[in-house]
Design a protein around this ligand. Structure first.
Ligand SMILES: Cc1cc2nc3c(=O)[nH]c(=O)nc-3n(C[C@H](O)[C@H](O)[C@H](O)COP(=O)(O)OP(=O)(O)OC[C@H]3O[C@@H](n4cnc5c(N)ncnc54)[C@H](O)[C@@H]3O)c2cc1C
Length: 356
């Protein structure tokens, strides 16, 4: 019998396991193998934003070289296709290999935690006061008992759907990312705004000798056409998307109301994107995964009894943060406001080009 079974060993689940692993008897189920050649890749831009960097600092962690990827960038190029304006802003993201990052986070989990990779969670049921967790591993079905079940299984959380089917979900987007081979890569992160493509945004991220083109689209039939239109429009800005290496898609949440965040109940806790924690303005999710893992771990400092109320309280600042991000969103996503801000040039930077 475990104290806590965690579903999902992404940034939220792995961080949570790292924080509580010495205090509780923990089982972590993760469907990926983290064998870099075999495992299914998580669709991600792989940029660690300043908020997530701050969380790594608070955790006392530094990133190993093996996780970093070139180039490291200091600017974002904002391309507003609708308003025909471009601006550069100073930003420092850490460019990483997301797969290697997740593998590194998993390696930090104390050895007291039992980790089963390639294990796919299936369902749970209550037996008296205990939770029986059912999962698949190497073609067989297994069951384990636990006192608390923690869902860190991402945007498409099976546990959230099973345990809280009526809780309102954040707005759903379908993200598409395609990798293109390139010999002369960008030295900045590109953010692209155009409502003909999406009411959210699209991005370009350089990774060694490849360039990722990504977008978050409202679900619908025209996803393929819109992605093609994005490529065509960006060609007018001098980008070439020729040799495609790979393409993948994922669900992406955008919480618009705090009601769409679900932290769970007395026996089942949700964290990370499974709970709906992600920035509604930029889709930055790593800092939210870390912060919710910390909030849940803190709520368990006094034992399992009554943790749920404490977790909800601990998570309040995250909810407020999402609320304020929603308030700030029109500045980026309203065409007129964005035009005014970009035109003003406030906080933008000049890229120095010599004539000689
Ligand atoms: C296209 C795209 C680009 C993004 N780019 C960035 C970025 O550059 N920077 C940033 O900060 N955020 C980015 N995000 C958001 C970020 O990836 C997520 O918010 C973050 O990964 C959430 O962490 P998590 O641990 O909650 O969930 P996840 O990272 O999704 O982890 C969930 C884990 O659960 C496992 N799992 C799922 N179901 C099961 C099951 N049934 N059984 C066992 N295991 C299971 C999965 O394998 C996975 O390891 C991006 C998201 C998308 C879709």
């Amino acid at each position: 019998m475990y104290d806590i079974v965690i579903i999902g060993g992404g940034p939220a689940g792995a961080s949570f396991a790292r924080l509580i692993g010495k205090r509780y008897k923990v089982l972590l189920l993760e469907k990926r193998s983290f064998d870099l050649n075999k495992t299914r890749e998580k669709s991600c831009g792989g940029l660690i934003a300043p908020d997530a960097q701050l969380m790594l600092a608070r955790f006392g962690l530094g990133i190993p070289k093996s996780v970093l990827i070139s180039p490291q960038m200091f600017a974002v190029r904002t391309i507003d296709i609708e308003n025909h304006i471009e601006r550069y802003y100073q930003r420092h993201y850490i460019n990483i290999d997301r797969q290697a990052f997740d593998q590194w986070l998993e390696s930090l989990i104390p050895q007291e935690v039992k980790i089963i990779n390639n294990a796919v969670y299936h369902s749970y049921r209550m037996e008296n006061d205990e939770i029986v967790v059912k999962f698949f591993y190497q073609g067989k079905i297994y069951e384990e008992k636990t006192k608390l079940l923690a869902g860190a299984d991402g945007a498409f959380s099976m546990l959230r759907n099973q345990a809280f089917p009526d809780s309102p979900k954040p707005k759903l987007y379908i993200s598409i990312q395609e990798w293109f081979e390139t010999h002369k890569n960008l030295d900045y992160y590109g953010a692209v705004f155009d409502r003909e493509i999406t009411d959210f945004y699209s991005w370009m991220i350089p990774k060694e000798n490849t360039l990722i083109l990504g977008t978050a689209l409202e679900p619908g039939k025209q996803a393929g056409e819109k992605f093609q239109l994005l490529k065509n429009k960006l060609k007018n800005y001098g980008f070439q998307f020729e040799k495609s290496i790979k393409k993948n898609g994922a669900c992406l949440f955008r919480p618009i109301h705090s009601k769409q965040i679900c932290t769970g109940s007395q026996k089942i806790a949700l964290l990370g994107e499974a709970a709906g924690f992600i920035s509604p303005s930029s889709a930055e999710g790593l800092s939210y995964a870390f912060k919710s893992a910390l909030a849940l771990a803190r709520s368990l400092e006094g034992g399992l009894e009554g943790f749920a109320g404490v977790y909800k309280k601990e998570a309040q600042s995250l909810m407020r943060n999402i609320f304020f991000k929603n308030l700030k969103s029109p500045a980026m996503y309203n065409r007129v406001l964005r035009k005014l801000i970009l035109k003003s040039g406030v906080k933008s930077l000049k890229i120095e080009k010599m004539k000689i």
